[in-house]
Design a protein around this ligand. Structure first.
Ligand code: GLU
Length: 277
């Protein structure tokens, strides 16, 4: 039995790209809904209502209860503790400005996106107690332990990730008890997800997440990275673009169920197309 899930972040209204992902996911035997609301600065309760409305309009019903990540933080904390016990994470005190400044300095690690400033600092519980910090994966150590992550796509191809896609990913944030990566692998495992359907833009996240699954001893799902939906002229759909939200399409009188039916057969509305893979 294939179990998939739709895991939107309630940070804006859904657009056509979300609808495409949802329709592909719904082809699984079970299709779960998870609200990824761990970003306190950007998540809004009214967008959770919007997600429900949009899915109902598309005629897509999910199976089982809706999981809400902000109610599950103890699980993510336990996973982080497991990684801490194995010295695979370290506290990072850098501010965004620190990171930006050190990336332009000559000795930053190219590619990782984080120059490793706090990696290798001696543990200082007093500093940790007094200073807001995030927790980062020690990417080099993690790869040495678990090997470079590989994953299987639903069409049978397999992908190996490059270490520079992983870097020292943040697993818990100063302002949020878990990052997207950690919460995602914990929840996919907890809910028995066997098929992760997501846009091709999330491939680098899949590298980090496969590595976390190996480190945490979690089962390996299959992945379907689908091409992104774009405007016909090649522009990406962005949440800040008002026009192609599903809400706007509904107001314009489009029939959501018909739209879902078309998406299922790979047909996009006029003015949109799929990006080349
Ligand atoms: N919450 C993430 C998003 O809306 C995606 C999740 C995923 O499929 O893992 O982009």
């Amino acid at each position: 039995m294939r179990v998939s899930r739709f895991a939107p972040s309630p940070t804006g209204r859904l657009h056509l790209g979300h609808a495409y992902s949802a329709v592909l996911g719904r082809r699984a035997d079970r299709w779960l809904l998870r609200i990824e609301d761990l970003d306190p600065g950007r998540s809004r309760p009214e967008f959770v209502g919007g997600i429900m409305e949009d899915l109902a309009w598309l005629g897509l019903e999910h199976d089982g209860p809706t999981l809400v990540q902000s109610q599950r933080t103890a699980l993510y904390a336990a996973a982080l503790k497991q990684l801490r016990a194995e010295s695979l994470v370290y506290p990072c005190f850098c501010t965004r400005a620190d990171i930006a400044a050190s990336l332009t300095a000559p000795h930053g690690d190219a590619g990782s996106g984080y120059p490793g400033t706090c990696r290798g600092l001696a543990d200082d519980p007093e500093r940790r107690a007094a200073t807001p910090h995030s927790w980062r994966l020690d990417g080099g150590k993690a790869i040495a332990r678990a090997g470079l992550p590989v994953w299987q796509e639903a069409d049978g191809t397999s992908f190996a990730s490059a270490p520079d896609q992983i870097g020292d990913a943040v697993l818990a944030r100063k302002d949020a008890p878990s990052s997207y990566h950690l919460a995602c692998v914990v929840d996919d495992a907890a809910t028995g997800v066997t098929l992760v359907v997501r846009g091709a833009d999330l491939r680098p996240s899949t590298s980090v997440q496969r590595l976390l699954q190996v480190l945490l001893g979690l089962p390996e799902p299959t992945y379907l990275h689908h091409p992104l939906v774009m405007h016909a002229d090649g522009r990406r759909l962005a949440k800040r673009d008002q026009a192609p939200t599903l809400a706007a399409m509904r107001v314009a009188g489009i029939d959501g169920r018909e739209l879902a039916e078309k998406l299922r057969t790979g047909l996009l509305p006029y003015g949109f197309r799929l990006a080349e893979a």
